[in-house]
Design a protein around this ligand. Structure first.
Ligand code: NOJ
Length: 872
């Protein structure tokens, strides 16, 4: 590609690649910078090239170009057919340069159709004799060079270097994604109209104090992935760039056909964009995650309930909190320690005055399968006699200033240095710090919380480090800023994998919670939405935020329950727990200035409401874990928005207050309004939906009012699904591992249903070798039979694992939506492979006022690992 400028032409090498998966990729670089043929100002030692290593951190999938794509060039236009069945087509116009992507003969995505493609080519700064002359010289504005604000000066040694491109989604009215923002699921226009934003959505990982909701302002994480939706068609783009990025959105129409125009601008780096042509939301997300990876299958405890606070002040405090949960029969799996557990914010040390017997504390937690999560941030305190900082300095592993000194600034501990995890040597060193013998007081049940990794810098420009700071390899923070947090939590992941003790037979899957993230972070960490506030607005905002991450490949996310800052009212507390029980990551957390608000300190009736929400989470853990399996396998969201489940229903596309739990058919609409007694739930189809609690039926596409008294989480079960539960209350998920299963069979209008159960050891990687059970349950409405079939592939360790869980039985089958004829049935036949058939009692319950009833089969006694059939 050429750009004509006053003094000649500038060359931009372009490449377009097509992958077997049906994904296309366009990259544009700048020849002169690529050749290193530029002058750096201020004696900078930064790289002269544009940053082209984002791929190294982000892409874990195969990028080999497809051999099956075919192309034809004629009259300055190249057309490429690619994807399964050559269904996709790219039309590349050489001049003016545009690329159109189509499916089945229709254009869906246009690049540079509006001519906004721009790459700020390198130019030499002209030195002006006076300010007036500089202003007149529009080709060389001073603001393109050093930039000063808030007392900071960014030296910009390579001068202006931004990249920009317009991406138009033809025929699409809704676009989603580009987390992290406290905004709606369906993204708003940024052109300033009524109800729209005035500023573009920004992606620049930042520690924002008391962030606003309903805003395009940047937050802690960045995933430059966008999905567009119209009836029965979904497409997407991924803008692979780790620099400060802005996205403008405008909606318009041509001859009655809607389109969404987007305009992407990044401050530096190469232009690198991937195109996904769907056609379903699931196709788009699985293509995207086949490049950037899926969420790791978490340990089971990580899917359960976590209790955190800044801060539990001593080991006695932690043990006391655990005890009080037990006394009130409220399950909890992990107790967290925020920064005050350390000796003066020196990570890898303990405040031994308050944490006198850390070993005992861990043993007490471990005795009931509980874990301890401790925080370790990336800033390392600069203090005498702290061996961690001594090592960091001696090994020269800190991020550097533009002058090549180690960057020293302030964070929690006071003056600190920042580990530079772009440096492989820093990762090697980091690994050594987490060994059980070096990080004393940690055990196999200790896991990690990585915070402040945007990085947050107190008093720094925009509360982070200067953009001209230098990372390993000579890259400016400007180039890699949004990737920085990922490098840090990935280093911690490596460290936790490496620390396994000799006596640990099989390494456990590391659990890490990160605040800053980038595309690819999902592979190794869970995330949370940072420092929210205990208000109803923040509660409401948490749902679209979580849904957005889910459809952007990062489904293991939650928001602080019940709001980090402030003291929530009892009603808000109760409602927030009900919502939180449906966050994929479910953790209570609180700012240091807040009152204690663990469920057991709250007055009734609110305490029971909170406790019941937590118990509901545990009851549905088998369903959650199964949903995680799908997220780990194909990148599917764990909680799913309406449009994702019903891409055929355009009225669903703007809905972001309700969510489906995996493929269970459970539709939850948490109450986020103060004083609500009832709420509206939108049903996207004519299937029958039953209330989870009393089996009252709702049917008919459209809005339905569902009672929502304080004690009730509004939840419906869509007909046609089967989901597993564990109904016995215990102190932690580990103690439930061998508990029997209840199957809830919700019959569709046609009388059918199906569903799944996935189980493994909940800890190790052995599931990768087949150590798991994956069953499919099918209810056949014509034959009135329920069958359990194997759904997994026989792996090496399958049989060995099966033996450890074969005693787990189905203890109850609840069939919802049964016809009146069932009233006369009192028994069902149960057949299991290898055993003689048996008869088991069934109780029929009549439905309310003309509604269908339900039936309960108690103790069919079938093993969860066997094939069996129940005849009703
Ligand atoms: C900021 C985090 O967002 C918050 O959750 C934590 O409590 C504080 N840092 C203190 O570590």
């Amino acid at each position: 590609m050429l750009k004509q400028i006053e003094s000649g032409v500038v060359r931009f090498p372009v490449s377009v690649a097509f992958l077997d998966s049906g994904t296309a990729r366009l990259t544009v670089d700048e020849e002169r910078r690529l050749q290193g043929n530029i002058l750096l100002r201020h004696g900078s030692k930064a790289q002269k090239r544009r940053y082209n290593e984002a791929e190294k951190w982000t892409i874990s999938g195969d990028l080999t170009p497809s051999k099956k794509a075919t192309s034809l060039t004629k009259d300055g236009i190249t057309t490429v057919q690619y994807g399964a069945g050559q269904r996709f087509e790219a039309t590349i116009r050489h001049y003016p340069f545009t690329v159109e992507f189509g499916r089945d003969g229709q254009t869906h995505i246009q690049l540079n159709g509006r001519g906004f493609l721009n790459i700020e080519h390198w130019r030499e700064k002209k030195e002006h004799e006076n300010a007036k002359q500089a202003v007149l010289d529009i080709a060389d504005q001073d603001s393109w060079w050093e930039e000063s604000f808030g007392g900071f000066t960014d030296s910009k040694p390579r001068g202006p270097e931004s990249i920009a491109l317009d991406v138009v989604f033809n025929g699409y009215e809704h676009v989603y994604g580009i987390p992290e923002h406290a905004s709606s699921l369906s993204l708003k226009e940024t052109t300033g109209g009524k109800g729209q934003y005035v500023d573009p959505y920004r992606l620049f990982n930042t520690d924002v104090f008391e962030y606003e909701v309903d805003s395009p302002m940047t937050l802690y994480g960045a995933i430059p992935f966008m999905q567009a939706q119209r009836v029965n068609s979904s497409v997407g783009v991924f803008w692979l760039n780790g620099a400060d990025t802005w996205i403008d959105i405008a909606k318009t129409s041509t001859q009655g056909a809607p389109k969404t125009q987007t305009h992407w601008i990044s401050e530096s780096g190469i232009l690198d964009i991937f195109i996904f042509l769907g056609p379903t939301p699931k196709d788009v997300i699985s293509s995207y995650t086949s490049l950037t990876g899926t969420t790791q299958m978490p340990q089971e405890f990580a899917v359960a309930h976590h209790q955190c606070r800044w801060n539990y002040v001593s080991d006695d405090d932690i043990v006391g909190v655990a005890k009080r949960f037990d006394r009130h029969s409220i399950p909890v799996d992990a107790l967290w320690l925020d920064i005050e557990y350390t000796d003066s914010k020196k990570y890898f040390t303990w405040d031994r005055l308050n944490f006198k017997d850390v070993d005992k504390m861990h043993r007490r937690l471990d005795a009931v399968g509980r874990k301890q999560i401790v925080i370790v941030d990336p800033h390392i305190k600069d203090e005498a006699d702290y061996d961690v900082v001594d090592q960091l300095k001696a090994k020269d592993l800190a991020v550097k200033t533009s002058k090549e000194d180690s960057y020293r600034a302030s964070c929690w501990p006071g003056q600190s240095y920042w580990i530079d995890c772009f440096n492989p040597a820093a990762v090697t060193w980091w690994k050594s710090l987490f060994r059980y013998d070096t990080f004393q007081g940690t055990f196999p049940n200790t896991w990690l919380w990585n915070d402040m990794n945007e990085p947050s810098v107190f008093g720094g420009p925009e509360a982070t480090m200067p953009k001209d700071n230098i990372h390993f390899g000579g890259w400016e923070n400007r180039d890699v800023h949004n990737i920085n947090g990922l490098t840090y939590h990935e280093a911690t992941y490596q460290a936790l994998l490496a620390r396994s003790r000799a006596e640990e037979k099989s390494p456990r899957r590391p659990f890490i919670l990160t605040r800053a993230y980038f595309a690819g972070s999902q592979r190794t960490s869970a995330a949370w939405t940072g420092d929210n506030t205990a208000t109803w607005e923040h509660l409401a905002a948490s749902i679209p935020m979580i849904l957005t991450n889910g459809i952007a490949g990062y489904p293991f996310i939650g928001a602080d329950v019940p709001g980090y800052f402030g003291n929530p009212s009892d009603e808000l507390l109760a409602r927030w727990y009900q919502a939180g029980a449906f966050y994929p990551f479910f953790r209570a957390h609180a700012h240091i200035d807040t009152r204690r608000r663990e469920p057991y300190v709250i007055e009734e009736p609110y305490r029971s409401v909170m406790a019941n929400a937590i118990r509901l989470r545990y009851q549905l853990l088998p369903a959650w874990y199964t949903a995680f399996r799908h997220a780990a396998g194909s990148g599917e969201p764990i909680v799913r928005p309406n449009y994702y489940v019903h891409p055929e229903d355009s009225e669903s596309f703007g809905i972001d207050s309700q969510m489906y739990l995996g493929s269970t058919g459970i539709l939850v609409r948490p109450v986020v309004e103060e004083g609500a007694k009832a709420i509206d739930v939108y049903l996207a189809d004519d299937e029958v939906y039953y209330d989870y609690w009393d089996f009252v039926a709702y049917s008919g596409k459209g809005r339905h009012t569902v009672p929502a008294p304080l004690e009730k989480v509004p939840m419906l079960m869509r007909g046609g699904h089967i989901f597993p539960r564990k109904d016995r209350l215990r102190r932690s998920s580990a103690l439930m591992r061998h508990d029997p299963i209840t199957l809830v069979v919700v019959l569709s209008q046609g009388g059918d249903a199906n569903g799944e159960l996935y189980m493994d050891d909940g800890e190790t990687f052995q599931y990768e070798q087949g150590a798991y059970v994956h069953r499919r349950f099918v209810f056949d409405g014509k034959l009135n039979t329920l069958k359990s079939e194997n759904f997994g592939e026989e792996g090496k360790l399958a049989k060995q694992y099966e033996k450890t869980v074969q005693h787990i039985k189905v203890e109850r089958i609840i069939v919802v939506g049964v016809p009146d004829e069932w009233a006369s049935k009192a028994e069902v036949n149960v057949n299991e492979e290898g055993s003689a058939p048996i008869q088991v009692t069934m109780t029929y319950h009549q439905g309310r006022k003309g509604q269908l009833g339900w039936a309960v089969v108690r103790n069919p006694g079938r093993s969860i690992v066997k094939d069996w059939k129940v005849e009703f």
